[in-house]
Design a protein around this ligand. Structure first.
Ligand code: TQI
Ligand code: ZN
Ligand code: ZN
Length: 169
């Protein structure tokens, strides 16, 4: 079953059109950005929310970036595996990914699927769930289930994820 953060935070009802921006220093490729476009669409499809990229990092509701080790928010990354990414609950909007992981994008030959490969899109969909206010689910099929196998792609929302997000929005 789905869960929420304590006190059930969510984006306010007057803010249904959310903007997101990538950390400018990361200089991410269009391939990486497209992964997030797809991940946001999963949630947009089942809520009244919309997501749009903005170039204005300072005014974006949601910010996304890759960081390594200690990056200033008290939740340092730990190198390969362990913590892969984290996102803060609404209305914070920060989504951070561990730059040390072997991130893989399906169909992108420049990302290797060697050892400890982590599918970027799967993690993006999960972390956006946190950004929107979902905690973890006890349903193994759910995107918000707190385990993923290395090399596995899991990007389709389960009915449990949809039920949970539709309670919030
Ligand atoms: N990062 C944890 C996560 O996003 C951070 C975390 C731990 C957390 N406990 C939390 C976030 C409670 C919110 C509430 O779950 S992680 C997975 C999964 C991680 C894990 O790096 O361990 C995914 C990131 F679900 F597969 F285990 C992404 Cl998809
Ligand atoms: Zn962080
Ligand atoms: Zn999680």
């Amino acid at each position: 079953h789905y869960s929420f953060f304590p006190s059930q935070p969510r984006w306010p009802s007057w803010k249904r059109d959310l903007t997101y921006a990538f950390v400018p220093e990361n200089q991410l490729t269009d391939t990486v950005k497209a992964v997030f476009t797809r991940a946001f669409l999963r949630w947009q499809d089942v809520t009244p929310l919309t997501f749009r990229e903005t170039q204005n990092y300072n005014t974006a509701d949601i910010t996304i970036g890759f960081f390594s080790g200690n990056h200033g928010d008290g939740e340092p990354f730990d190198g390969i595996l362990g913590t892969l990414a984290h996102a803060f609950s609404p209305p914070d909007g920060r989504l951070h990914l561990d730059d040390a992981e072997n991130w893989v994008i399906e169909g992108d030959v420049s990302t290797s699927s060697s050892n400890a490969a982590i599918d970027l899109e799967s993690v993006a969909v999960h972390e956006i769930g946190h950004l929107l206010g979902l905690g973890h689910s006890s349903v193994p099929e759910a995107i918000m289930y707190p385990t993923i196998s290395t090399g596995l792609k899991k990007v389709e929302l389960a009915s449990d994820d949809v039920d949970g997000i539709q309670v919030l929005y």
